[in-house]
Design a protein around this ligand. Sequence first.
Ligand code: LLP
Length: 424
Amino acid sequence: MHHFTYSGGSLQCEGVSLDAIADAVGTPCYVYSAATLKRHARVIAEAFEGQDCLIAYSVKANGNLAVLSTLAQEGCGADVVSGGELQRALKAGIPASRIVFSGVGKTAVEMDLALEKGIHQFNVESAGELRLLSKVASVLGRKAPIALRVNPDVAAGGHPNISTGKKGDKFGIPWSEAEALYAEAATLPGIEVVAVDVHIGSQIGDLVPMRAAFEKIVGLTRRLREAGHTISRIDVGGGLGIPYKAGDAPAPPSAYARMIAEVMEGMDVQVILEPGRVIAGNSGVLLTTALYEKPAPDRTFLILDAGMNDLMRPALYDAHHDIVPLKEPAADTVTATYDVVGPICESTDKFAVARELPKVAPGDRLAFMSAGAYGAVLSSAYNARPLVPEVLVTGDRFDIVRRRPSFDEMIELEQVPDWLTQTA
Ligand code: LLP
């Protein structure tokens, strides 16, 4: 469910016409719906009502401060993977006690910051990281609360580029080594073992692989408890899929919550969730303007002002995003088939191949749907294109929550050395 619908002949976000936003801000630009973000957070919270549960929104999906503040108001915690994400979450008002720190490459500086702030938990991904964390915590006179992220060797079934829980993936502690590393963790002076963590991938629509992974984790938790460890939390990661197009029917949060309740029955743990896409994905769109129609012998290219630098998912994962006109097409609208591309000098700058759309004329505006997660965060300034603005809508008002940088701002960190500017 989201709040992007046609009304009065044009696509609206909540009570605001997307054309009005494009007029004010220009295109390309991202637009997020606060009501949709809140709704998604609430749907998850309601699905887990009655279970001891921490919803740690995965900041990597969309880390805009206004998005994080919206979710902070809903009581969400955060799953962060860098010192930068940690600082964003804190700045948005998410308490450290509701923040978990994931990621395979935490540095000593990041550990130090997280310990100083007093985060809920570190999800440790290697023996080297565990030992370093113990040292950093000992220097501070602290004990770092940890989970080991274990790799359950379960195939998630999604796109291979976003699957993380199979043997051979760089993520997690290999299944066969987990218990030995827990035993070592218990001996380290700066470590307090509190949890087990797993995350098998993203955009997973089918609960079967998740259930298989969680059952393995529950088994492991039992063995760890028998070995004397105090495990009071199980972090099940993120990964729940969303519909990107008509006909997609990923498992809903209610079924996911029921499955988790069943698997965790009798475990007496706090369940930590790290949802990203399921909260942010359908809460955002990318607005773009058609620049040219370019006929080729065997196809017609539709060239947009948005490029792969603004929305990387199609180029990276062959991802599908619905593309819809801002003006509502009439029932008898003529359609045309396009290869929809951007202006970037790369052949992978392609959003869709042979996509049938209501006929588009240069100057028409379009929206990429479901672009709220892994959209703006993955964007770059490639081809010296400014990062695109982000807008947050609530009810009938909209606010620019990240503005488009000027050319001077884009180059202000660069410096040409003296020897290049001094004339002989
Ligand atoms: N927790 C961990 C440890 C993760 O690695 C991820 C995502 C999440 C939680 C959140 O997963 P979600 O609920 O959003 O599926 N850029 C790709 C997705 C990469 C996901 C990376 N990790 C895409 O655009 O499809």
